[in-house]
Design a protein. Structure first.
Length: 102
C-alpha cells in the first residue's frame, strides 16, 4: 500500500497578495515558493470565519462556525475532527502550534 504524507501549514495574518506563490514580484519568499513548487497551492478558497480559532475549527471539522452568532471558540466536544478521523484510518498525526489553547 502506498502511503501519502500530508503537511498542512496554516499562517495567520498573511495576505496572499504579498507572497510569491500568488504572484507577488516585489516581496521575495523563496521558501514558500519551494514549498508551493513541491506541494499544492489553493487558488479558490473562501473562508467562513476570519479569526484564527473559528477558521481552524471549520477547517478541521468541516462545520461552519457561525462566528457572528456564536461565542468565539475552538473545537466543540461533538466535532468529528479530521486528524482524529485520519488516525482511525491508520494515519500518523501530529500538531505543532503556537496556539496554546488549541
Amino acid at each position: 500500500m502506498k502511503t501519502m504524507n500530508v503537511i498542512l501549514i496554516l499562517l495567520d495574518s498573511l495576505n496572499k497578495s504579498y507572497i510569491e506563490p500568488y504572484g507577488n514580484k516585489r516581496v521575495r519568499t523563496p521558501n514558500l515558493m519551494e514549498l508551493a513548487r513541491r506541494g499544492v497551492v489553493f487558488d479558490n478558497h473562501f473562508l467562513g470565519s476570519a479569526p484564527c480559532m473559528p477558521a481552524r475549527r471549520e477547517l478541521f471539522s468541516g462545520r461552519k462556525n457561525e462566528f457572528l452568532w456564536k461565542f468565539w471558540g475552538a473545537v466543540e466536544p461533538f466535532d468529528r475532527l479530521l486528524p482524529v478521523e485520519a488516525k482511525v484510518q491508520g494515519a500518523a498525526t501530529a500538531l505543532i502550534t503556537d496556539h496554546y489553547h488549541y
